[in-house]
Write a protein that binds this ligand. Structure first.
Ligand SMILES: *Cc1c(COP(=O)(O)O)cnc(C)c1O
Length: 365
């Protein structure tokens, strides 16, 4: 018998979440962002649920190859563009669209020999200060690109740093508009948070939106809105089983460091899931967890292969009972990955991306 841990990718949830993103930006086309192996879900496993997207955005060239191997003939956008000349050859061969964010990438394009000119997305650094040309240098970059025989079409792009928070997008949007308003070409501006929160502001200014996290069923703007508030469903369930039960008396401690101590009789279950499976070690006593679909709490320290739960609310639970670490229990109870992330002081993004390779994964509806 293999260890009873299992992750499930929910095709219907991906489909639902993609539809939610689309509804938030009804006049835009949608890139489903599938970087980082579809945020840990697996590109091949997520594809069925996301194939209704208008295109796929990612940054690893090998992942672009895998999208083409799935027979996806539609648009693919490389969000960081090309890193070396060889990458441009792959773009020509696989018909990839790529971001251009620095002069060096334009130099590279100028030396690239191709029969098929490329579609490129010229990125503006409108304030985030990661990738892109500053507003002052943007138009010169556009003019340089426009003169290259290797370039067929230039689209315009920027990325918001605060779409999820009180700073919002106004300053960056204004910087972008001021420089690009009279340039031809399609625009792509919004990540999940911008698409969901600022859809109306950006309407008519963004031909493509780029939702990632929302598509996987995690909220882009915690703590203001939960995933459920946005109508998003968990696309990943991490489940395991109870493999041992301990009956404690007052004063008994549990796990490494004896960090938890029972203040009275307490039945606990030992679950086959630990930090080596991707469950965060930073979660402490009180983190929510489902046993047989009933909400209870983690107790004591998470160890490499096991963690422990309070069985008080589920007296009938025992060895073999289902445990849902995040996602959906077989009884239909939901536990958002965001609740676990918050308990660990991080975001849902990190948890889904960190699902460990040793966890078997299946695809279901
Ligand atoms: C990752 C990424 C996105 C998607 O962001 P989410 O917050 O997951 O929606 C969009 N655009 C760019 C450039 C990205 O790198």
């Amino acid at each position: 018998m293999p260890r009873p841990i299992l992750a499930t990718i929910h095709t219907a949830a991906l489909r639902n979440n993609l539809a939610r993103a689309r509804a938030a930006a009804p006049d835009a086309r949608v890139w489903a962002v599938v970087k980082a192996n579809a945020y840990g879900h697996g590109i091949e496993r997520a594809f069925e649920g996301l194939r209704g997207a208008d295109g796929f955005a990612l940054l690893d060239l090998d992942e672009a190859r895998r999208m083409r191997a799935l027979d996806w003939r539609g648009p693919i956008l490389l969000l960081e563009g090309c890193f070396e000349l060889r990458d441009l050859e792959l773009c020509s061969r696989l018909g990839l669209w790529h971001t251009v964010h620095c002069e060096e990438q334009i130099d590279m394009l100028a030396t690239h020999k191709t029969q098929l000119p490329h579609r490129v997305f010229l990125k503006m650094n409108s304030g985030m200060n990661r990738l892109g040309f500053t507003p002052e240098r943007y138009r010169a970059a556009w003019t340089r690109l426009n003169a290259l025989p290797q370039v067929e079409e230039i689209s315009l792009m920027t990325h918001f740093s605060d779409a999820d928070g009180p700073r919002g997008i106004a300053a960056q949007l204004q910087a972008f508009e001021a420089v690009t308003h009279d340039l031809p070409g399609e625009r792509t501006l919004s990540n999940s948070a911008a698409a969901l929160r600022h859809g109306a502001t950006v309407a008519g200014m963004s031909d493509w939106v780029r939702p990632g996290i929302a598509v996987y069923g995690s909220s882009p703007d915690l703590p203001e809105h939960s995933a459920a508030d946005w109508g998003l469903q968990p696309a990943m369930t991490l489940a395991s089983k109870i493999i041992a039960v301990q009956q404690l008396v007052a004063g008994d401690t549990v796990g490494y460091g004896s960090s938890f101590s029972a203040d009275g009789p307490l039945r606990i279950g030992v679950v086959a899931c630990g930090y080596a499976d991707g469950y965060p070690r930073h979660c402490s006593t009180g983190t929510p967890i489902l046993v047989n679909g009933v909400r209870t709490r983690l107790v004591a320290r998470v160890s490499m292969d096991m963690l422990t739960v309070d069985l008080t609310p589920v007296p009938d639970a025992g060895i073999g009972s289902e445990v849902t670490l995040w996602g959906r229990s077989s009884t239909g109870t939901l536990l958002s990955i965001d609740e676990i992330a918050q308990a660990a002081g991080t975001v849902g993004y990190e948890l889904m991306c960190a699902l460990a390779p040793r966890v078997p994964v299946v695809v279901a509806d």
